[in-house]
Design a protein around this ligand. Structure first.
Ligand code: NAD
Ligand code: UDP
Length: 343
C-alpha cells in the first residue's frame, strides 16, 4: 500500500473520479466532504467501482476540531484539496459565503495540516485566475487577475499558498489550474450532477440532448474565433484525475521541497462552443436545438492551456479526445437522467 491521502471534497465531481484514479495507483484514501454540493450516493458508487468501501467522513473544512480528529487518526502523506464552492453567479450574489468557504476553509485546513506536520498539498485552482489572457496558449507565468468572487477566492488562496511557501520552506504546494473539466467515468456510474439548471456548457448540452432542457443558448457568436463562438480547452475528467496522481507522484520523488508550484491541467487545444455541440450531437444521435444569445457578462473569447509544464515536470498529458468526452458524458447522462437522485 502506498501513502495515505486526505481528499477534501472527494464526493464531488472531480474528487470522485480522482478517488478512483488514486485507488488504482495504489494510494490509501480518506474522503472528507460536507456534502453541500454532492451526495453520499457518489461515494457509494465509487466504492462499488473500486470494489471496497471508501473511508468517508462527513465534515466541513472550516471545522478545525473535526479536521484535527481526522489528522490525529491517520498519518497522511498529503492532502488533495477539492472542497470548495464553484458557482460564479452565486459568488457574485453571495461573496461572503464564497470567501468564507473557499478562503477561510482553506486557511483552517492549512493550519491543521501544519499542526500535524503534513506539508504536501495539491489544490484545485482554475484557469479563471488568468482572467482575460494577454496571449494564447496560456502558460503558468501569465499575469493573473479575476473579476468575480469565485475567481478571487481561488486567486487569494494561491497568494496565501505563495506566502506560506516563502515563510516555511518545508511546504510543497501545487495549485493545479484546471481548464474546462467535462466527461464522466466510462462506466457511466459517476459524473457531473448539477443541482439546478447547469451554468456550464457540457452539462447544459447533455440535458438538452436527454430532453430535460428545451434549448441551448449559445452566449455570443461574434467573438473573433473560428466560428464566432467562445473557445475553451475541454479536458476529460479522468485525464484530470490522472493529473492529480501525477502531481502526488512528483511530490513523492522530490528530494527537496518544491515550495509553490502552479501547473496547468489542460489539453492545449481549443474547441468552440459550436464544435462541441456538433460533436455531442453526432455522438448521441440527438438533435441539440440552440439559439444564439448575447454574450454572457464576464466571458472571454478564447482560453486554452500551454500544457508543457505538466508534461515536463509531471510526465502527464491529456489523452482523451472531444469525442470520448462527449461519449462518456452522454453515457452518464442517459443512464442517470436525474443524476444521483433515484428516478
Ligand atoms: P463539486 O462541487 O462537485 O465538488 C466540490 C466538493 O466539495 C463537493 O462535494 C462539496 O460538497 C464539497 N465541499 C464544498 N465546501 C465544503 C466544505 N466547506 N467542507 C467540506 N466539503 C466541502 O465541484 P468540482 O467540479 O468537483 O470541483 C472541485 C474543485 O475544483 C472545486 O474547488 C472547484 O472550484 C475546482 N474547479 C472546478 C472546475 C470545474 O469546472 N468543475 C474548474 C476549475 C476548478
Ligand atoms: N456557454 C454557452 N451556453 C451555456 C453555457 C456556456 O454558450 O449555456 C459558453 C460560454 O459562453 C463559454 C463556454 O460555453 O464560451 C464555456 O462556458 P462554461 O460556463 O462551461 O465554462 P467557463 O469557461 O465559462 O468557465
Amino acid at each position: 500500500m502506498k501513502n495515505k491521502i486526505l481528499v477534501t471534497g472527494g464526493a464531488g465531481y472531480i474528487g470522485s473520479h480522482t478517488c478512483i484514479a488514486l485507488h488504482q495507483a495504489g494510494y490509501d484514501i480518506v474522503v472528507y466532504d460536507n456534502l453541500s454540493n454532492s451526495s453520499r450516493e457518489a461515494v457509494n458508487r465509487v466504492s462499488s467501482l473500486i470494489g471496497q468501501p471508501i473511508e468517508f467522513i462527513e465534515g466541513d473544512i472550516r471545522d478545525a476540531e473535526s479536521l484535527r480528529q481526522v489528522f490525529a487518526e491517520h498519518q497522511f502523506f498529503g492532502v488533495i484539496h477539492f472542497a470548495g464552492l464553484k458557482a460564479v453567479g452565486e459568488s457574485v450574489a453571495q461573496p461572503l459565503k464564497y470567501y468564507d468557504n473557499n478562503v477561510s476553509g482553506t486557511i483552517t485546513l492549512l493550519e491543521v495540516m501544519a499542526e500535524y506536520d503534513v506539508k504536501n498539498l495539491v489544490f484545485s485552482s482554475s484557469a479563471t485566475v488568468y482572467g482575460d489572457p494577454e496571449r494564447l496558449p496560456i502558460d503558468e507565468n501569465s499575469p493573473r487577475s479575476c473579476t468575480n468572487p469565485y475567481g478571487q477566492s481561488k486567486l487569494t488562496v494561491e497568494h496565501i499558498l505563495e506566502d506560506l511557501a516563502v515563510s516555511d520552506e518545508s511546504w510543497n504546494l501545487i495549485p493545479l489550474r484546471y481548464f474546462n473539466p467535462v466527461g464522466a467515468h466510462p462506466s457511466g456510474q459517476i459524473g457531473e450532477d448539477p443541482n439546478d439548471i447547469p451554468n456550464n456548457l457540457m452539462p447544459y448540452i447533455s440535458q438538452v440532448a436527454v430532453g430535460k432542457l428545451e434549448k441551448l443558448s449559445i452566449f455570443g457568436n461574434d467573438y473573433s474565433t473560428v466560428d464566432g463562438t467562445g473557445v475553451r480547452d475541454f479536458i476529460h475528467v479522468t485525464d484530470l484525475a490522472q493529473g492529480h496522481v501525477a502531481a502526488l507522484s512528483y511530490l513523492e520523488q522530490q528530494a527537496v521541497p518544491v515550495g509553490f508550484l502552479p501547473i496547468n491541467l489542460g489539453t492545449g487545444k481549443g474547441t468552440s462552443v459550436l464544435e462541441l455541440v456538433t460533436a455531442f450531437s453526432e455522438v448521441s444521435g440527438e438533435d441539440i436545438p440552440y439559439q444564439f444569445a448575447d454574450r454572457r457578462a464576464g466571458d472571454i473569447a478564447s482560453c486554452y492551456a500551454s500544457a508543457d509544464k505538466a508534461k515536463d515536470l509531471l510526465k502527464w498529458q491529456a489523452e482523451l479526445s472531444i469525442t470520448e468526452m462527449c461519449q462518456d458524458t452522454w453515457r452518464w447522462q442517459s443512464m442517470n437522467p436525474n443524476g444521483y437522485n433515484a428516478t
